[in-house]
Write a protein that binds this ligand. Structure first.
Ligand code: PHE
Ligand code: CO
Length: 286
């Protein structure tokens, strides 16, 4: 760990905290067109699927104006609304660097955008996933506090050697979370809202389980990073999510050490089941 608290060596040209200039003026017309194609697809699909907090965030940040957003512009509104800012990074950053940014209400976002032949799937988070997927929710005051708390909790979990359990919480909430509303489950997870196919699958497909959020149950559950999820967890409200995570996790981590992992397709007696999946999609994939 270096003297400023960041571990590892940032790539050449990056600052000690791994941030880089977004370089907005250097995006090509073709790159802006990829953003617009992705944006238009998702903007048409998400009303009635994404939660209101997400849709309001798109409006609040004026993300409808077309082209890859300039962080200097987004940050004016984001900073005013919740004190968050977006910072550009070259790609994935080390865990401690990531958590330190979150704890300081900075969201590290990839600077590059996928190619036109990668609209449907990309393993690495690009600017569309990071900005379209994650940043609208940061305009919500409760979710904004949750993400900061997660950053602090991440640093703590690293110190305790417990990141594997905490990572599942990020996965099943920040990336793939559903929110209960009077109209039924709605999407808030960035991995879903930024994906055309998973925006449909997560809500409509009969294959996955949809289960009520339970912190310890969730933290025991395995996950897959390479395909649609086999289980989605539904939070009753963003406030309930924040409240559940404000407790001290150290005793939870201790309990989890002695507890077996839960299979990705399991439905347990105590689960609040929104829908019991057929798992047909996952079975078909072998
Ligand atoms: N309360 C957690 C802890 O004690 C921190 C945390 C908050 C983790 C919010 C995730 C989300 O470590
Ligand atoms: Co993400």
């Amino acid at each position: 760990m270096s003297s400023d608290g960041f571990s590892g060596e940032p790539p050449p040209g990056a600052a000690a905290d791994w941030t880089i200039d977004q370089g907005w003026d250097a995006y090509t017309a073709a790159e802006h067109a990829v953003w617009d194609a992705l944006y238009e697809r998702q903007a048409a699909l998400l009303p009635g699927r994404a939660c209101d907090e997400f849709l309001h965030g798109l409006d609040a940040l004026n993300l409808h104006r077309g082209g890859i957003p300039d962080f200097r512009q987004i940050n004016v509104d984001l900073q005013r609304l919740t004190g968050w800012t977006v910072v550009a990074v070259p790609g994935l950053v080390p865990d401690d660097v990531f958590f330190k940014h979150l704890a300081n209400r900075r969201f590290p976002a990839g600077q590059f955008i996928r190619r036109a032949d990668q609209l449907d799937y990309l393993q690495e988070p690009d600017i569309f996933h990071d900005v379209f997927g994650h940043v609208p929710m940061l305009t919500d005051p409760v979710f904004a506090d949750y993400m900061q708390a997660y950053g602090e909790g991440g640093r703590r979990a690293l110190g305790l050697g417990q990141l594997h359990n905490l990572a599942r919480l990020y996965w099943y909430t920040v990336e793939f979370g559903l929110l209960e509303t009077p109209a039924g489950p709605r999407i808030y997870g960035a991995g879903i809202v930024s994906s055309r196919t998973e925006s449909l699958f997560a809500l409509d497909d009969p294959s996955p389980n949809r289960i009520g959020f339970d912190l310890e149950r969730l933290m025991r559950t395995l996950y897959r990073i390479d395909d649609f999820q086999q289980v989605y967890f539904v939070v009753p409200s963003l406030r309930a999510l924040l409240d559940a995570t404000l407790q001290d996790f150290a005793p939870i981590y201790r309990r989890l050490e002695g507890a077996a992992d839960i299979a990705i397709d399991a439905v347990l007696p105590g689960d609040r089941v929104f829908s019991r999946g057929t798992q047909a999609y996952a079975s078909g994939r072998g």
